[in-house]
Each structure stands twice: as structure tokens, then as C-alpha cells.
Design a protein around this ligand. Structure first.
Ligand code: ADP
Ligand code: MN
Ligand code: MN
Ligand code: MN
Length: 338
């Protein structure tokens, strides 16, 4: 008997990388091994030297195909040396985690996304020739006029659970057609593996429902919220005392750090981080308790308990979770060691 392994990887598309996948049929009992693809078709190689290697790294049940079929998240590597491909961001996340794992970093990422009509590019739930009522009733809303796309969101949540991903919740967002799912709390590498896998499942559902799933940071200009990937982060020390919470927030605001982080927080950061719509401006750094207009929020419960985690509100929905998780692990853990 045989089964299907769907090999998934991140391509070299600019300015934002996209997902690719292809299927391998394997004999029962055989593990998905090293494979490869034509990098000249994914902006990862030239035609005269086109082979890019796929190294299987994270595997879970394939909840779409069911049975004993699997999804396999891969790292891309160079032929012969098997060194990470220049577009491979996972290897650096693994290195950051290995370096600092005694701090036991934990992440919860809130992935926002927008459902778009693939023909008009207009968000699902926007009337054909115009705008819906202003924002207000949509966030966590209930009812036909407020909510579009709940069926696909529910299906997605079930698929993530069946795949064994660390999905921790979903909610409707502030702009119509915008939703969020959360992954976590899990470690630096796992959170990013699971975010990418959950994105993959969402894209697959989008094919079925004829909806474009967009991670664009500011899909609708004007008085409409953008889409982010708030990143909640803690270490063992932060889960034990408040000094470490403050030290972590300060570390993210240290000279040079805001620029370094924003460079890895996704494309279109200036359009989304305007100081409006529950954001701090991209050129300012601040942190505060319960403050959704700050770069970094300390949840009220954390201020009360004097321990817990912080929320970096800056990453865009289109950010690479491997890059975001590696940056936060490096910056905060290095500061805690001082
Ligand atoms: P918000 O109030 O900002 O919408 P959410 O409930 O959407 O927050 O997301 C909070 C995320 O933080 C969840 O994914 C949760 O798993 C995660 N989280 C909870 N505790 C911790 C912790 N100690 N360290 C890191 N992440 C955490
Ligand atoms: Mn949330
Ligand atoms: Mn949100
Ligand atoms: Mn949040």
C-alpha cells in the first residue's frame, strides 16, 4: 500500500515569499526523505543550475486527504553542500532557539488575514459597488449583515485541530472580511512551523471556496484596520517575575533595535503602522500596560500578576514567522543574559 506526502516549502518570491507544494507517493512504512524541485521556477535558482533541495523538517497528518497521508514542511538547501538556501529563514530560527533554549521561549502568534473576491479584489462582505457601514460592529460580531466567511473559518479551525497544530482560537476582526487565528504558546521554531502550516490549510480552503486569502498588511486604504501578526512572547524569567517583563520591553526599544526588527516584520509596515487603527507609528517605539496604541503591549493581567508575557503588536500579517520569532528570541534573551 502507498500514501501521499505533500512537500511544502517557502519560495523566493519578492518582496514577500509565498508557499509552494507538490506531492510524493510513498510506500507504507517509508519515511518522506530528501527531495528537490526546479528553483528556476520559484525565484530560487537559475535555469542552468536549477536544482534546489528539500529537507523535510516538520510533519503532521494531512487533514484534507485524511488517512495516513501527511503534510511535510521543508527547508530549502543548496545541492551538494546541503547548506541552507539563501531564502531559507527556518535555519536561523533553529539556530536562535538552540542558542537560547534554556530560557524556554514561548510564542503565541495572532495571524490576521483578509478574504478577497478573486475577481474584484474587494474584501468578502463589502458590497459590490461601495463600502459597508463603518467599523465597529464587526470585531467578534455575530449575524448575517456583519459576518462573512464563517464557514471557511470553522472548517479551517477543524483542519488545524485534526493536523495537531497548536491552534488556540479564532475571531472575526475589525474590518469586514478580516479574521484571525492564533497559534501558541509554543517554542520559537514550532510557532513558525505551525503558522506556515495553518496558512497552507487556509490557502487550500480558499481554492475550494473561490476566495483569495490575503496576508496584505493594509488591504483597504482609509479608515479600515490593517492586518497584523501580533506576537506574544515570554521566557521562563518573564513567566516568573515582572523585572524580566520590563527588561524585555526595554530590550525591544534599545537603540537600533526598532529598525532591525521592523526590517523583518513584513512588507508595507509604514502603511499599517500609522498611529491609527490600534497601532503605534512605525518611526516611534513605546510600550505600556493595556495600550493597543503602543508598539509593545503588556496585558493588564500580566501587570496585575506581575509576570507573564508581552505582545509585540508591530509584525505585519505578511511577515515571515521564522524571522519574527528568531528576532524576538535573540533580542530579548540576549538582554536577559546581561
Ligand atoms: P489579543 O487580546 O491581543 O487579541 P489573543 O487572545 O488573540 O490576544 O492571543 C494571545 C496569544 O498569546 C495566544 O496565542 C496565547 O496562546 C498566547 N500566550 C498566552 N500566554 C503566553 C505566554 N506566557 N507566552 C507567550 N504567548 C502566550
Ligand atoms: Mn487576538
Ligand atoms: Mn487581532
Ligand atoms: Mn493582539
Amino acid at each position: 500500500m502507498t500514501y501521499q506526502a505533500e512537500y511544502i516549502w517557502i519560495d523566493g518570491n519578492e518582496p514577500t515569499a509565498e508557499m509552494r507544494s507538490k506531492t510524493k507517493i510513498l510506500a507504507d512504512g517509508d519515511e518522506p526523505g530528501i527531495w528537490g524541485f526546479d528553483g528556476s521556477s520559484t525565484n530560487q535558482a537559475t535555469g542552468d543550475n536549477s536544482d534546489v533541495v528539500l529537507l523535510p523538517r516538520f510533519q503532521c497528518p494531512d487533514p484534507i486527504r485524511g488517512g495516513n497521508n501527511v503534510l511535510v514542511m521543508c527547508e530549502t538547501a543548496l545541492p551538494e553542500t546541503l547548506e541552507p538556501h539563501p531564502t531559507n529563514t527556518r535555519a536561523a530560527a533553529v539556530a536562535a532557539y538552540d542558542k537560547y533554549k534554556e530560557h524556554e521561549p514561548l510564542f503565541g502568534m495572532e495571524q490576521e488575514y483578509t478574504m478577497l473576491d478573486p475577481v474584484t479584489g474587494w474584501p468578502a462582505g463589502f458590497p459590490e459597488h461601495g463600502y459597508p457601514r463603518p467599523q465597529g460592529p464587526y470585531y467578534c460580531g455575530v449575524g448575517a449583515v456583519k459576518i462573512t466567511g464563517r464557514d471557511i473559518v470553522e472548517d479551517h479551525m477543524k483542519l488545524c485541530m485534526a493536523a495537531g497544530l497548536a491552534i488556540s482560537g479564532i475571531n472575526a476582526e475589525v474590518m469586514p472580511g478580516q479574521w484571525e487565528f492564533q497559534i501558541g504558546p509554543v517554542d520559537t521554531v514550532t510557532v513558525a512551523d505551525h503558522i506556515w502550516m495553518a496558512r497552507y490549510l487556509m490557502y487550500r480552503l480558499g481554492e475550494k471556496h473561490h476566495l483569495e486569502i490575503s496576508l496584505e498588511a493594509k488591504p483597504m486604504p482609509g479608515d479600515w484596520n490593517g492586518a497584523g501578526m501580533h506576537t506574544n512572547f515570554s521566557t521562563k524569567e518573564m513567566r516568573e517575575n515582572y523585572d524580566a517583563i520590563i527588561a524585555a520591553a526595554e530590550a525591544l526599544g534599545a537603540p537600533g533595535k526598532p529598525e532591525e526588527h521592523l526590517a523583518g516584520y513584513g512588507i508595507g509596515i509604514e502603511e499599517r503602522l500609522t498611529g491609527e487603527h490600534e497601532t503605534q507609528r512605525f518611526d516611534q517605539f513605546s510600550y505600556g500596560v493595556s495600550d493597543r496604541g503602543a508598539s509593545v503591549r503588556i496585558p493588564w493581567q500580566v501587570a496585575q500578576d506581575k509576570k507573564g508575557y508581552i505582545e509585540d503588536r508591530r509584525p505585519n500579517a505578511n511577515a515571515d514567522p521564522y524571522v519574527v520569532a528568531a528576532l524576538m528570541t535573540e533580542t530579548v534573551c540576549a538582554a536577559l543574559e546581561k
